[in-house]
Design a protein around this ligand. Structure first.
Ligand code: 2AM
Ligand code: CA
Length: 277
């Protein structure tokens, strides 16, 4: 019996995990080349795309088509979603800028969305050999190298001053409205991290390593697996006003739960939706 089925997770989750493992091995093979400038080209002025992104997405897309030919696929590197039924939401390398600069802190994120909600997800952190896996109603787990699986649970930190939090800086022309949120949270929290991979921030929140995370301008593939991971680990997900997410493409606030009201208060008035211009 596989580890995944022992945990009560489905064959679909096992497939996602296996596919993430394959993609992780592929990108780790390319990492040593990543600092070579010729491997990097510009998708837009500030958007790095590496060979690893494209090759990993191609591999994941091929595995999905072979196993689930009727499913759609939404991928960061442009793989089309041509179906209205179940859809895989894939970020082949989250933390592209880290990867492209040879910094070993990036993830492969794979999620299955169906009936309007994420049903299962995997966030692989290849350089650390850590695999975070979750399925709706069945919990979230960390499968590390050679270790027993650990059921994930968010932290219990209720005091903002003791909270270790993370944010991200989306590559938008105008970041000023988001940048304004960071200073006050640096001053009020324990510390703020900006580590460059939204999927890992969410997995770490689910694992109780971080206490809260906020970032605007994200795309579904950045957060699909992570949002379910946090919820299945007992955390809270909302927009910056504390309202339920209507879309995965929004200003995201994720926390352990106890910190949520304080985070909503800190972010009040900073939403792009409310900012002048
Ligand atoms: P990426 O590395 O896959 O591009 C960094 O703050 C986080 O935001 C990363 O998860 C990064 O994903 C994501 N990100 C940055 N700019 C983005 C953009 N223009 N579209 C989608 N995601 C972006
Ligand atoms: Ca991403």
């Amino acid at each position: 019996m596989s580890t995944v089925s022992q945990l009560g997770l489905s064959e679909t989750a096992a497939f996602a995990l296996e596919t993430a493992r394959e993609a992780a091995a592929l990108v780790m093979g390319i990492l040593p080349e990543s600092s070579a400038e010729k491997q990097v080209r510009l998708k837009t002025a500030t958007d790095l795309v590496t060979r690893a992104d494209h090759e990993a997405e191609r591999l994941i897309a091929a595995r999905i088509r072979a196993r689930f030919p009727d499913h759609g696929l939404l991928g960061e590197e442009g793989t089309a979603n041509d179906g209205s039924g179940p859809c895989w939401v894939v970020d082949p390398v989250d933390g592209t800028a880290n990867f492209a600069h040879g910094i070993p802190w990036f993830a492969v994120s794979i999620a299955l969305e169906d009936r309007g909600a994420v049903q299962c997800g995997v966030i692989a952190v290849p350089p650390l050999d850590e695999y975070f896996v979750t399925e709706r109603g069945r919990g979230a787990y960390l499968l590390g190298a050679g270790a027993e699986p650990v059921r994930l649970a968010v932290s219990e930190t209720a005091d903002l001053g003791a909270a270790l939090m993370a944010t991200g800086l989306p590559r938008e022309p105008d970041r000023s409205w988001h940048v304004q949120t960071i200073g006050p949270l640096i001053l009020r929290s324990l510390e703020v991290r900006i580590m460059g991979a939204a999927a890992i921030h969410l997995a770490y929140l689910a694992a109780g390593r971080l206490d809260a995370f906020w970032e605007p301008g994200l795309q579904p593939w950045d957060v699909a697996a992570g949002v379910l991971m946090v919820e299945e680990a007992g955390g809270r997900i909302s927009d910056w006003s504390g309202r339920p997410l209507v879309s995965l493409k929004t200003e995201l606030l994720a926390s352990n739960g106890p910190l949520h009201p304080a985070m909503v208060q800190m972010l009040a008035g900073y939403s792009r939706a409310h900012s002048p211009g």
